[in-house]
Ligand binder design. Structure first.
Ligand SMILES: Nc1ncnc2c1ncn2[C@@H]1O[C@H](COP(=O)(O)OP(=O)(O)OP(=O)(O)O)[C@@H](O)[C@H]1O
Length: 308
């Protein structure tokens, strides 16, 4: 959904990563292994999978907060070796500094990024991003004086203000009421579209993924989770939240995702498609193959193709 030309198909390159934890009775539990994924610059990717499959672990590895037990992640040509301001993380909780105002929280991030910038310059930039997320007029308030949605906006403003190479979001809207969630989804989509921001986001919400993502990565159940496939979003780039359910392919892609979560996420490991290669998970673009019948009532032949 980038407004800029998508280039650099390996902007984020996840190369054979694994995550293992010590098991209670000795040995190790493998949460996932041999996980490969590439994200082009400017793409919005959502990762979907059941609880415990390792989504947060993948995100933490991308953030540099955890090391993979095996494999490597390369971002813009550099292997990740720890946290960096190049990679902004937005969590479910807001992780704001409670003693600082809205302006103070965002300005703190800006001055961490540009240490030599003067106060006026820092505040000007911080205010610009506070405006961008619709919080102007609230600059002096402390986090405790804000609603959950407003706090999440501050988190988004803070993340965007440091011009991260990638934005990592772990269920950023799941704690919000439906109305606020929708508004923030609109804003994140608008901002990411206009800035060409590269985003990797975890969500449990299929509709949220269809609205926001260019591609949706489906993870099988853990332990030993794997990327079953990468779903290309067939909906038009100018899709709108209030009319998205009228898009001809909406129910086709939605059913595909829900079917995966209901059954294939469990069975995929023992029933892999012939030729399945974890280095090149199948890329699928659900779409109604014939005109006229309602898209949600017909099966469709998902067009799978090997990634190069
Ligand atoms: N530090 C740790 N030590 C041991 N096991 C861990 C640790 N961190 C995570 N796990 C286990 O790894 C598995 C994957 O956890 P993770 O949080 O990545 O999954 P998830 O898919 O994000 O789940 P959810 O959707 O519930 O957030 C879980 O079974 C969890 O218990």
């Amino acid at each position: 959904m980038s407004a800029v030309a998508v280039s650099d198909p390996k902007f984020i390159s996840i190369e054979g990563i694994a995550r293992r934890y010590p098991a209670a009775g000795g040995g190790f539990t493998t949460i996932f292994e041999d996980l490969w994924l590439q994200v082009p610059r400017g793409e919005f990717v959502c990762i979907i999978g059941h609880s415990g499959c390792g989504k947060t672990s993948v995100l933490n590895i991308l953030a540099g907060l955890e090391n993979p037990s095996d494999g490597v992640v390369v971002v813009d040509g550099q292997a990740i070796a720890g946290p960096s301001l190049d990679r902004a993380v937005i969590f479910q909780g807001h992780a704001l500094l409670p003693w600082k105002s809205v302006l103070g929280n965002v300005a703190y991030a800006v001055s961490s990024r540009w240490r030599k910038a003067g106060r006026a310059e820092v505040e000007e930039r911080a205010k610009r991003f506070i405006d961008l997320v619709g919080l102007n007029g609230n600059e002096a308030k402390k986090p405790a004086e804000l609603s959950g949605g407003m706090r999440q906006r501050v988190g988004i403003a803070r993340a965007l203000s440091i011009e991260p190479k990638i934005m990592l979001m772990d269920e950023p809207f799941s704690a919000l009421d439906a109305l606020t969630r929708g508004t923030l989804q609109d804003e994140v989509r608008r901002i990411c579209k206009s800035t060409g921001q590269t985003v990797v986001m975890i969500t449990h919400d299929v509709d949220e993924a269809i609205y926001l993502a260019d591609r949706i990565v489906l993870m099988t159940n853990g332990p030993e989770a794997m990327v079953a496939e990468v779903v290309e979003n067939p909906l038009p780039a100018d899709r709108r939240r209030d009319t998205i359910h009228h898009e001809p392919d909406f129910y086709t892609v939605r059913n595909h995702l829900v079917d995966f979560l209901v059954s294939r996420s469990r069975t995929f490991r023992d029933d892999k498609p012939a030729g399945y290669d974890p280095r090149h998970p199948p890329v699928v673009r659900p779409g109604a193959p014939v005109a006229s019948p309602p898209a949600n009532t017909i099966p469709f032949p998902a067009v799978a193709k090997a990634r190069d």
